[in-house]
Write a protein that binds this ligand. Structure first.
Ligand code: ZN
Length: 587
């Protein structure tokens, strides 16, 4: 064994108990005693998750036997000085069915390195070996799916040795092991692989490969119009979409040469059925995560270069990395002709519905929302629509506004594509060769001006760092597009978000300055009656309200903390909260 490698042996030890056994070997530990830590968060998901709480047992030994290992904080361990190499043996509980964690049972194993691999303090720049041990008593037909590069004689999809140039790379390649359905496609000479875990009868793999190919090729054309070079070839031989199918999943997490996705079974295409509306959501997610291969995995904020995995890393720039990516995800579906313009406008309209639904957008800018992602966007509660704005959805609308403003001011000679290519040239392409320190916090106005010759600093100050609504009616009018609002329901509403619950209707959010808020109703209240008539579910509520006009006052009975309460509420005309976008002229 090469003495330079830090080695992580992974044993699929206990599928029914969901436990991995890990053996970490450090050839040259710190002579004064080695420190080790597990990441507190996973890049791309901005919340402290304390993965170390899943480490159940841990012991350390050297060439002459057991040595002391003590925990010094929530995710750090200190070993006594070791003679020769240091070995750490530990078990990790893996029953988190998400793109962020680790999950292991009799059907498959999935893990992110952030859940399994202790970082050797002060040796994070050393090359790492992953040694995946083949199980003996189960999973004899299992194969390994990851874009982590193979080491020496390991066969593609085989158990055995894989390698990474350093710790940061090691934890950036999730691994799926099992018997998934797999399809492959080649985009401009680069291998792509779709790995789908979970039962999907009649899954149309060819359709997925066909559409994903178009999306990936269109993105490569955007960033590399001349060379058509795929972005991940600096880190891997192939790009892997690791997809877990469940009954209600939706989400993704980006990596340098792969992504982990969670997909709702009914959003996937089957051979017998035309894909439904959910299929565009699935392709949007595919597009979103692939776009991150450039935007955030290589073009990234300076504060992420490198990440500090022990604490939150604050940046005001997630509107660039998530917002721009959210603009381009659906735009790439349109440009690659996976969806048509009508469908694109429908998806865009849902974005307007979301951004303009609450008062939070007047209290928080998308820059502030980025900065507070750790404690606010990722910790949403009943008051969030009233208190915060999404750097995803408003960030996507702002990216569109920037694009249209740049095109308007340059007579369509420049647009956001030029900004993306400029950032790719200056910050992204050479990132993993150490040629970029990332994007400084307040540099976007300069970057945009350098890329396009247009000074949009005031525009950015106003709508990214300020809270004014973006004047979309005017911006769209220039390009022959109309934006209209209608009321989703023909009867007065209560200005609440709600769900059916046992015995009544549970208020999830009372929108600020809405009629329910003004009447004294609150999130958590269980509505049971309107003017003395039972109203125990959405249908009953709508039927009752349909008989009233704006201006009338009703009595609402609710339970709050099991106590019956009564409120007087004066109805208002329903709000026009549903958006419609249409092309009205070709310009
Ligand atoms: Zn994203």
């Amino acid at each position: 064994m090469n003495n330079n490698f830090i080695q992580y042996q992974v044993n699929l030890a206990d599928p029914s108990g969901h436990r991995f056994h890990i053996l970490l070997t450090v050839p040259q530990p710190n002579p004064a005693g080695q420190t080790l830590s597990l990441p507190a968060w996973i890049p791309g998901s901005y919340l402290i998750r304390d993965f170390a709480r899943q480490i159940e047992t841990i012991q350390a030994y050297d060439d002459s036997g057991l040595i002391t290992i003590n925990k010094t904080d929530s995710n750090t361990w200190q070993c006594a000085p070791a003679q020769g190499s240091l070995h750490i043996e530990y078990t990790v509980y893996a029953w988190d069915l998400s793109v962020r964690g680790a999950h292991f049972d009799e059907t498959h194993a999935f893990f992110n390195g952030t859940s399994l691999f202790l970082c050797v303090t002060d040796q994070a720049d050393k090359p790492c070996l992953l040694d995946l041990k083949k199980p003996v008593s189960f999973g004899t037909d299992w194969k390994v799916y990851t874009s982590l590069p193979l080491h020496q004689d390991t066969e593609e999809y085989g158990f055995g040795l894989y390698q990474a140039p350093n710790y940061d790379a090691l934890i950036d390649y999730p691994v799926e092991i099992g018997t998934p359905q797999v399809t492959r496609f080649n985009a401009y000479g680069a291998e792509h692989e779709f790995v789908i875990t979970g039962v999907v009868p009649g899954l149309d793999l060819n359709r997925i490969a066909f559409d994903a190919h178009k999306i990936c090729a269109t993105q490569i054309e955007l960033f590399e119009p001349e060379t058509r070079q795929a972005p991940f070839l600096d880190s891997a031989q192939k790009y892997t979409f690791l997809t877990m199918v469940t009954g209600d999943g939706y989400g993704g997490l980006e990596h340098r040469a792969s992504t982990a996705l969670m997909i709702n079974r009914k959003d996937l295409p089957t051979i017998d059925n035309k894909p439904g509306d959910g299929y565009a959501n699935f392709l949007g997610l595919v597009s979103h995560e692939y776009f991150h291969t450039w935007n955030v995995k290589r073009i990234k904020p300076a504060v992420f270069a490198p990440y500090d995995l022990n604490q939150p890393n604050f940046t005001e720039l997630l509107w660039v990395f998530e917002g721009f990516t959210s603009y381009y995800d659906d735009m790439m579906l349109l440009r690659s002709a996976v969806i048509d313009e009508k469908r694109y406008f429908e998806l865009l309209a849902r974005n307007f519905d979301h951004v303009l639904r609450g008062q939070g957008r007047f209290k928080q800018s998308i820059a502030a929302s980025s900065f507070d992602a750790w404690t606010r966007y990722y910790k949403q509660d009943e008051n969030s629509p009233n208190a915060l704005v999404s750097y995803y959805t408003k960030g996507a609308l702002f990216a569109m506004a920037l694009d249209l403003e740049l095109r308007w001011q340059t007579d369509n000679a420049k647009g956001l594509d030029d900004v993306m290519r400029f950032m790719w040239d200056q910050y992204g392409r050479g990132f993993y060769q150490g040629q970029s320190q990332g994007i400084a916090e307040n540099s976007m106005p300069d970057i945009i001006e350098q890329a396009t010759g247009v000074d949009l600093s005031e525009f950015i100050q106003c709508y990214a760092y300020g809270t004014e609504d973006i004047p979309f009616h005017d911006i769209f009018a220039r390009v022959g597009i109309s934006l209209n609002q209608t009321t989703p329901d023909p009867f007065p509403g209560l200005d609440i978000r709600f769900k059916n619950d046992t015995g009544g209707i549970r208020i999830l959010t009372a929108y600020e300055n809405g009629v329910a808020h003004k009447a004294g109703l609150s999130a958590g209240d269980l509505i049971i009656a309107i003017d003395g008539l039972r109203s125990s579910n959405e249908d009953e509520l709508k039927n009752l309200l349909a008989a009233y006009q704006a201006g009338q006052t009703i009595t609402i009975h609710v339970f709050r903390r099991d106590e019956l309460r009564q409120f007087k509420l004066t109805l208002k005309a329903p709000k026009a909260t549903k958006h419609h976008i249409e092309r009205i002229a070709q310009v």
